[in-house]
Write a protein that binds this ligand. Structure first.
Ligand code: BDR
Ligand code: CA
Length: 311
């Protein structure tokens, strides 16, 4: 089987960075066509730079990284330096990226690539959905070029940035609304999944033991994130959100879920960005997403560790 063409849209972010590395380590299954970056965990200038630093670390120097939207469609940007540190990838000691930023805007890259691809493209969406929504709004015909959007965002249950909402959806709920009502096939990997993918000391130790520059950078970032999560979210430990999306592409059998209708709250200040998942089908609305709620966490970390060792 040939590799699936994928665009990774992200806001690195330690967990975005690990997700990029997992994809770069898996060329037999995932052909990364390009990386688009968005403002989210930290401002755009930094997410773009971080994506290029991770690309260089993985030895993928020729791959295009395209800076997209610097702020949400209709709102002020909310960032998360309190979780990710000032750079977004604190904990990794990496040199400045090679070369200059790509001249093409991330939204233009999405539109150009998705306009008439040879094979339908999967989008792995790891940050606020601003770039993807902007591309869909400007050129709705690109829907035909998208096979599927697999996104980290939302929750059936509790939020993380507010009691009701998950960060990526909360930052740009208007973009999420466009994406979830677009008719494109969507798989939602939310907090119900990622809060089961906890970086325990043993799992961190296994990555550290690989003993390469990549494993050093990853374990540095994961140790930083573990530190920032101490005493937060009920002391459950540090969840590894975004790599779950890439692991889903590599081995969907590690995950479980069901189709459901997902609506996005865009008005209430109290619950802004909540993903209202009709798990029991009470609204009678047709499902617009496959909502993942289960993960074989040991299998996921085994896959991640084995793949990182290839870089
Ligand atoms: C999501 O928000 C960011 O902090 C992470 O990178 C992840 O994409 C988790 O809510
Ligand atoms: Ca992210």
């Amino acid at each position: 089987m040939s590799a699936r063409p994928v665009i990774i849209d992200c806001d690195p972010g330690q967990d975005d960075a690990v997700a990029l590395l997992l994809a770069f380590a898996s060329p037999a299954e995932i052909e990364v066509l390009g990386v688009t970056t968005v403002a989210g965990n930290v401002p755009l200038e930094m997410t773009e730079r971080n994506a290029r630093r991770i690309r260089d670390l993985a030895g993928k120097g020729g791959l295009g990284v395209y800076a997209g939207c610097a702020r949400p469609l209709e709102r002020e940007l909310v960032t998360a330096e309190h979780v990710h540190g000032k750079t977004g990838i604190d904990g990794a000691r990496l040199p400045e990226p090679e070369g200059a930023p790509a001249p093409l805007h991330g939204v233009d890259f999405l539109i150009e690539t998705l306009h008439a691809p040879e094979a339908a493209v999967t989008i792995a969406a790891l940050g606020p959905l601003t770039n993807i929504a902007a591309a869909l709004a400007r050129s709705p015909e690109i829907k035909r070029g998208i096979g599927e959007i697999v996104l980290m965002g939302g929750a059936i249950g509790l939020g993380n940035v507010t009691p009701a909402a998950e960060f990526n959806i909360h930052v740009d709920p208007d973009a999420a609304q466009i994406v979830f009502t677009s008719g494109v096939k969507i798989t939602m990997v939310g907090l119900d999944v990622t809060h089961k993918a906890i970086v325990t000391a043993d799992r961190l130790g296994a990555i550290e033991a690989i003993g390469t520059p990549v494993s050093q950078a990853v374990s540095g970032m994961l140790a930083f994130a573990a530190d920032r999560h101490r005493g937060r979210i009920g002391g459950m430990g540090s969840p590894l959100h975004d790599p779950c999306v890439i692991a889903y592409l590599l081995d969907p059998a590690l995950f479980g879920g069901r189709e459901a209708h997902v609506a996005i709250e865009t008005e209430s200040a109290l619950t802004l960005g909540r993903t209202v998942v009709d798990w029991w089908g009470v609204t009678g609305k047709a499902p617009n997403a496959t909502v993942i709620d289960g993960i074989d966490a040991d299998g996921f970390f085994a896959l991640l560790t084995e793949r990182l060792a290839r870089l």
